[in-house]
Design a binder for this molecule. Structure first.
Ligand code: ADP
Ligand code: 5GP
Length: 211
């Protein structure tokens, strides 16, 4: 793997354009597996920490995994226009603060947004209204990760062992709807063989960097 193609901020020549990489996938397709590998291998790619109104799970920490907000706090931020995008997913609110993304990009880091299809659609819709020099507009890349089949998706959800049967059924139903948005993304990756999918992910990012 040629990791030098996505360089450390300090080593970046002046004028390198930070990317805002939006990645969506139906639950269980392997998005976390692929994105965690990307972030682990490339120190200048960082997750954008989203806000959510859902309760923390397990070891999740406020400010690291999410900013855990009350519904009142979340609505206040909507009112103040602080969100780049937000959506209700599986009954809870999730949103990306514009400042979180801009701050990272201004520091020369590529930002990875793990967001649902509604959020990605909102960002696409707002790009045209941004100044052409805005880093978000300049750095936008959208990637959709699909499972090779619905049967394999179900196997992965069951194999992961984190969800009840009812939750799995709900996720499979949502997956069919989410898959209908795949064509809206400039890059679509089928995560069949993990290494092949990972190669495609890094290739898409290099292409966005003009490499
Ligand atoms: P997501 O973040 O999209 O919900 P995960 O990354 O948690 O999905 O992956 C779901 C399950 O599928 C995990 O158990 C993971 O190890 C497994 N998995 C991911 N990619 C592959 C692959 N290419 N082949 C087989 N299993 C995979
Ligand atoms: P989870 O609760 O499992 O962490 O996330 C559930 C879903 O919410 C995932 O599909 C994830 O991509 C999506 N999500 C997480 N953060 C955001 C966000 O900031 N905005 C939007 N639109 N979706 C998000």
């Amino acid at each position: 793997m040629d990791n030098e193609l996505i360089e450390e901020p300090a080593a970046e020549p002046r004028g390198v354009r930070p990317l805002m990489i939006v990645v969506s996938a139906p639950s269980g397709a392997g998005k976390s597996t692929l994105c965690n590998r990307l972030v682990a291998e490339f120190p200048n790619v960082a997750y954008s920490v989203s806000c959510t109104t859902r309760e923390p799970r397990g070891e999740e920490r406020d400010g690291e995994d999410y900013f855990f907000l009350s519904k009142k706090e979340f609505k206040e931020r909507i009112k103040n226009g602080e969100f780049l995008e937000y959506a209700k997913v599986h009954g809870n609110f999730y949103g990306t603060l514009e400042d979180t993304v801009l701050y990272a990009m201004e520091e020369g880091r590529h930002v990875l947004l793990d967001i649902d299809v509604q959020g990605a659609e909102q960002i696409r819709g707002s790009l045209g209204r941004l100044d052409p020099r805005n880093p978000i507009r300049r750095g936008f890349v959208d990637i959709f990760i699909s499972p090779p089949s619905m049967e394999e998706l179900e196997r992965r959800l069951r194999g992961r062992g984190t969800d009840s049967d009812a939750v799995i059924k709900k996720r499979l139903k949502n997956a069919r709807e989410e898959m209908e948005h795949a064509a809206r993304y400039s890059c679509q990756i089928v995560n069949d063989d993990l290494d092949t999918a990972y190669e495609e992910l890094t290739k898409a990012i290099r292409a966005a960097l003009g490499e």
